[in-house]
Design a binder for this molecule. Structure first.
Ligand code: MN
Length: 237
């Protein structure tokens, strides 16, 4: 394994710890990264709570969700989320899937998750909701096969975040830190939006222009929160 790949996998491990530490994932949820040299492959932990993930738990999967080399470890049931988003979105390098409680209500309500403050500027048009029932009828609500993953990726389209009705959401990014940032601030935006709606007055969201300008600013300082989170949550052993 070359140094670049080793550093990327270390970041993937840290990202698991960060998402757990910040309450974006708990026993469930996951983050993956696309293979830098083989775009038709990605790295994802074996089925394990993200807070416990180490480098030895990382599996290399193809976009169909099968291990690239013989591997008897149990993968996540919902690995098809990752493979099908990577298939549909060549620009995406990292995918987060989360059941964060502040976000789920926006997957059940007709109230659209929209950018309430500058930290949510990656949601210029708000987040669409994937309704699994539309094409798949009654299910266990999870993405457990490639067809369901593909349908989810279609609703994500060219956006940064997609909500999943009665389930959770996914965020994507061109790097691990960006995908993590978007997951963290999807939860933050949902929390703030719920509080704003609870006040009961008219609500003003960021305009598309404001979101675009703010997004450029935020992307330029991504190293600051990433450095902080890495320091706080990196495995010590
Ligand atoms: Mn899930």
């Amino acid at each position: 394994m070359n140094d670049t790949l080793a550093a990327l996998l270390d970041d993937l491990v840290v990202a698991n710890r960060i998402l757990a530490g910040l309450g974006i994932v708990d026993g469930f949820g996951h983050i993956s990264v696309r293979h830098p040299d083989h775009p038709e492959r990605f790295f994802l932990s074996r089925s394990l709570a993200p807070e416990l993930v180490t480098r030895d738990d990382i599996m290399e999967l193809d976009l169909g969700g099968s291990p690239v080399t013989p591997d008897t470890r149990k993968p996540y049931l919902e690995r098809f989320i990752h493979g099908e988003i990577y298939r549909k979105r060549p620009d995406v390098i990292s995918v987060v899937h989360s059941h964060a409680p502040s976000v789920v209500p926006f997957s059940n309500s007709s109230v659209r998750l929209r950018p309430i403050c500058h930290m949510g500027s990656f949601l210029p048009n708000g987040a669409s909701v994937f309704e699994i029932r539309e094409r798949f009828g009654a299910t266990d609500m999870l993405i457990t096969n490639p067809a369901q993953g593909e349908a989810l990726a279609e609703v994500l389209a060219s956006d940064t975040v997609v909500l999943m009705r009665g389930h959770g959401f996914c965020s994507v990014g061109q790097t691990i830190p960006v995908a993590v940032f978007r997951a963290v601030y999807t939860q933050n935006n949902a929390e703030l939006q719920s509080r704003t709606l609870a006040l009961g007055g008219d609500v003003t969201y960021l305009s598309e222009d404001e979101a675009t300008l703010s997004e450029a600013t935020n992307r330029a300082v991504i190293d600051r929160p990433w450095g902080l989170w890495k320091k706080r949550f990196a495995p010590t052993a």
